[in-house]
Design a protein around this ligand. Structure first.
Ligand SMILES: Nc1ncnc2c1ncn2[C@@H]1O[C@H](COP(=O)(O)OP(=O)(O)OP(=O)(O)O)[C@@H](O)[C@H]1O
Ligand SMILES: [Mg+2]
Length: 194
């Protein structure tokens, strides 16, 4: 099977007042299409930074990132925007990752609008499909993030991440905001069905 993501010798160092912090240090792995790779480690060991660096939310310090065989490590401008559409993230913290001033409806459809690839009616239809996929009730369309509980906010984050049918999704503890009793069932099921 062809790899979707290849990470080679990836490093991300942060400059801090106390010196250089080696958050990600020489990480190498490959993920094939349709496969999931779990990253486990204690708090602060660099899991989120690794995911963020792969999808270019952080600039890498060293190493190489290949998406579908294409070297995307040093892309800039339009090429980077195009590559980013194929790599999405479900954030660890749904409280801070959603814009408090935007309705749920708009938050989910925004990536579709920004991509400029869809007509108005396609955007309408896809938004509805995404809401159904993650189980967000129709009546919450015009709600704002603060009106939702942690689980529903996280579902919105998932719908948004899946909107452009990415090839690769970083799931940064995507069920940590949910009640323990449902973390392993209905919710994660909606990702795997996708
Ligand atoms: N933007 C940043 N600037 C400076 N240091 C950072 C930055 N982001 C993360 N770090 C540091 O990098 C290290 C790795 O953090 P990271 O959030 O990746 O860990 P984690 O494994 O995801 O932890 P957790 O399990 O708590 O989510 C930590 O020491 C953190 O303080
Ligand atoms: Mg983390």
């Amino acid at each position: 099977m062809k790899p979707v993501i290849e990470v080679k010798g990836l490093k991300k160092y942060f400059t801090t007042p106390r010196g250089m912090l080696h958050a990600v240090d020489d990480v190498t792995f490959t993920i094939e299409k349709g496969r999931t790779l779990g990253v486990v480690g204690e708090s602060g060991c660099g899991k989120s930074t690794l995911g963020r660096t792969i999808i270019h939310l952080h600039e890498s310090t060293e190493g190489q990132i290949l998406l579908d065989g294409q070297d995307v490590t040093n892309l800039k401008g339009k090429n980077l925007r195009q590559a980013r559409e194929k790599m999405q993230i479900i954030f660890q913290d749904p409280y801070s990752s959603l814009d408090p001033r935007k309705t749920i409806d708009y938050t989910i459809r925004e990536p579709l609008i920004v991509s400029k690839r869809f007509s108005k009616s396609e955007i309408e239809q896809k938004t509805q499909e995404l809401m159904d996929l993650v189980g967000i009730d129709e009546r919450l369309r015009k709600a704002y993030p603060h009106e939702l509980d942690g689980g529903r906010r996280q579902r919105v984050g998932i719908a948004r991440a899946l909107a452009l049918e990415p090839k690769f999704v970083v799931c940064d503890e995507p069920v940590s905001a949910l009640d323990v009793s449902i973390q392993s069932s209905a919710f994660s099921d909606s990702i795997y069905r996708y």
